[in-house]
Ligand binder design. Structure first.
Ligand code: SF4
Ligand code: SF4
Length: 244
């Protein structure tokens, strides 16, 4: 008999309830928002550890992903604006000024170069995410990387390599749908918990969202106050969670 799953998979409803309760208790401010992102990222790590353990047991699935493997990091990175603010804060605190300015320039150049491209176009053109380090293909964000990146696990490195080398994004990655359930739930929960509080929120492309945050004075306060700041970074729903 198959083992009963003990995995707790968040749903959009359960994640929204959690986040709504959090904001009801903590209030909505820049500080509470960044703390919420941090908590969700921690929960996500626990979820993915549990999910990987379960699929190892039940589906004989072993993740082929390792640090320094970045074939999958050549596509559009979709985030919720709270995650973009979180990344912006991470850059301010985790990098020395010179390295930070170099990275910011790289992000801005990427945002300009890839403006209007969907994930498939970026993949075919091998447009590396600006956070993917040239020297070793490590993720320059790592501890602050977005939910979509955390969810990406392939069971076949040769498939990822083949897709990259042939520029054919239709090569199956041999992943498991369950890894993305958590990401979908929290991406949806950010919208459902914040929109009723008057915040203009929708999925955005990470680099363009960062360009907005860096160019608009008091971006966090204004956005939390209801200003629609991220229209230039908005991405269609169909692009939100997929490899390319
Ligand atoms: S998903 Fe594929 S390309 Fe990305 S880290 Fe895993 S094995 Fe490497
Ligand atoms: S943020 Fe990091 S993990 Fe995500 S696509 Fe960029 S380099 Fe890859």
């Amino acid at each position: 008999m198959a083992a009963m799953s003990t995995l707790h998979i968040p749903t959009p409803e359960s994640a929204t309830a959690l986040l709504s309760r959090y904001f009801a208790e903590e209030g909505l401010s820049g500080e509470s928002l960044l703390r919420a992102v941090d908590l969700i990222q921690q929960r996500t790590e626990v979820f993915l550890d549990d999910a990987l353990a379960e699929v190892r047991e039940t589906a004989d699935f072993e993740s082929a992903c390792t640090a320094g493997c970045g074939y999958c990091c050549h596509t559009l990175v979709s985030v919720s604006p709270p995650e973009a603010f979180y990344v912006a804060q991470h850059l301010e605190t985790a990098f020395e000024p010179e390295a930070r300015e170099t990275l910011k320039a790289r992000v801005l150049a990427y945002a300009k170069r890839t403006k209007g491209m969907d994930g498939g176009q970026r993949y075919v053109l091998r447009e590396a995410c600006p956070f993917l380090r040239d020297e070793d293909w490590y993720c320059g964000l790592h501890t602050a990387r977005p939910l979509v990146c955390r969810a990406m696990h392939s069971g076949s490195l040769p498939s990822c390599k083949k897709a990259f080398e042939t520029r054919d994004a239709t090569v199956p990655t041999n992943t498991m749908a369950v890894f993305f359930e958590n990401t979908k739930a929290y991406m949806s929960a950010y919208v459902s918990a914040l929109r009723p509080r008057g915040v203009a929120i929708y999925p955005v492309e990470l680099s363009t969202a960062l360009a907005v945050i860096w160019s608009e004075p008091d971006a966090m306060e204004r956005w939390l106050g209801g200003e629609d700041l991220f229209d230039s970074a908005r991405i269609p729903v169909k692009e939100v969670i997929k490899r390319v």
